[in-house]
Design a protein around this ligand. Structure first.
Ligand code: GLU
Length: 350
């Protein structure tokens, strides 16, 4: 009888220890405003990004230790507009290597807001893991009054430490919201609620708890055909803005520079000006991939064979991916295929 009691108590203790064991979360720092510093506390918009090292960032938020065992790693110290494809490939390889370790439960990436949506989409589609990969940023530098970085970082670690955040694709955590990296964009450049998905947030994070409401109905992580462990470089893809009085010279310049695809950041439904259409047809006939996307602010949704005969022209539509996200997906697609039908399939599925 005594032995049974001992075994029962031992099992109970195992459960209790499991319940209270803290997750191990690695914070990969890349720079941005979250690591920014201004001259005065009133400088919420004039400051230098990418100044504060990760260890100092973590020291500024001692509450992190109540949520998880955190460790910081400085990968870059850059403003995100200066990140290159080489940088995001290197970062994704680091995320992938960490995700394979049994002593890592979640990964947080601190990043500048400007290209966060590009990097985080890239991680979502190329890192084959179910472990939470959470991108976070801030709109105000760490030295500003009401800096949003500390709470955003605490929220991101809370999300990364939570098993409920697994297998959801890379996430962006900002302003108490848990957003899908796939369709979230920086929609505003001056307000703390800058990040918006036209399809809504996946959930909320409040006072140390996550609340999920939806999941992503697209391919990502382990279900992606792109694996960062097999990718070393990305082909050159350029974005060219559509506007009134459009001319063709920039499209020719992109071709001359060696671009393999052009994302036409078109007006409205990804429409192409009459003066530009013959150029895009000519470039396509020489092997250039043409992807029609939309630059409308609240989120474009380009319909195939509307505004242009994409089937006949051999063009691709970017679906709901904005031009900068379409650049990432097209570059990945080109690592596998040069068939526009296949590239179109990829746009539908991811
Ligand atoms: N332009 C800088 C960057 O993207 C600062 C913007 C920000 O992080 O809010 O890193």
């Amino acid at each position: 009888m005594m032995n049974y009691l001992k075994i029962f108590v031992a099992i109970l203790m195992c459960f209790a220890m499991g319940a209270f064991a803290q997750s191990n979360v690695i914070i990969l720092a890349t720079g941005g405003t979250i690591a920014g510093a201004g001259a005065q506390s009133t400088n919420s918009a004039s400051y230098q990004a990418a100044k504060v090292p990760v260890d100092q960032l973590l020291l500024g938020v001692p509450e992190l230790n109540r949520v998880a065992k955190v460790r910081g790693e400085q990968v870059f110290q850059k403003a995100s507009e200066s990140l290159t494809d080489e940088d995001i490939v290197l970062l994704a390889k680091r995320v992938s290597a960490l995700a394979k370790r049994s002593d890592v439960d979640g990964i947080v990436i601190t990043h500048g807001t400007d290209t966060l949506e590009e990097t985080c989409l890239f991680l979502s589609i190329t890192v084959h893991t179910d472990k939470p990969v959470v991108c976070v940023a801030s709109m105000r530098p760490s030295t500003a009054m009401s800096a949003d970085g500390p709470l955003n970082l605490l929220s991101a670690v809370t999300v990364a430490a939570d098993r409920q955040s697994r297998a959801k694709g890379a996430l962006i955590v900002m302003n108490d919201e848990i957003l899908s990296a796939r369709d979230t964009s920086k929609m505003m450049n001056i307000k703390p609620n800058a990040f918006i998905s036209p399809w809504g947030a996946l959930g909320m994070v409040l006072e140390g708890k996550t609340y999920y409401f939806r999941t992503l109905a697209k391919r990502f992580g382990k279900h992606s055909e792109f694996n960062i462990d097999e990718i070393s470089t990305l082909p050159d893809v350029r974005v060219i803005y559509g506007h009134g009085n459009a001319k063709s010279d920039l499209y020719y310049a992109a071709a001359q520079a060696g671009a393999k695809a052009i994302i036409h950041a078109g007006t409205g439904n990804g429409s192409v000006a009459g003066a530009v259409t013959p150029t895009l047809l000519e470039l396509r006939s020489k092997g250039m991939q043409i992807v029609r996307s939309s630059h409308v602010n609240a989120g474009g949704f380009v319909l195939r064979n509307a505004e242009a005969n994409d089937d006949q022209n051999g063009w691709v539509v970017a679906h709901d991916f904005n031009p900068q996200k379409a650049r990432i997906l097209t570059a990945l697609a080109l690592t596998k295929t040069s068939d526009p039908k296949e590239i179109q399939r990829i746009f539908w599925e991811y």
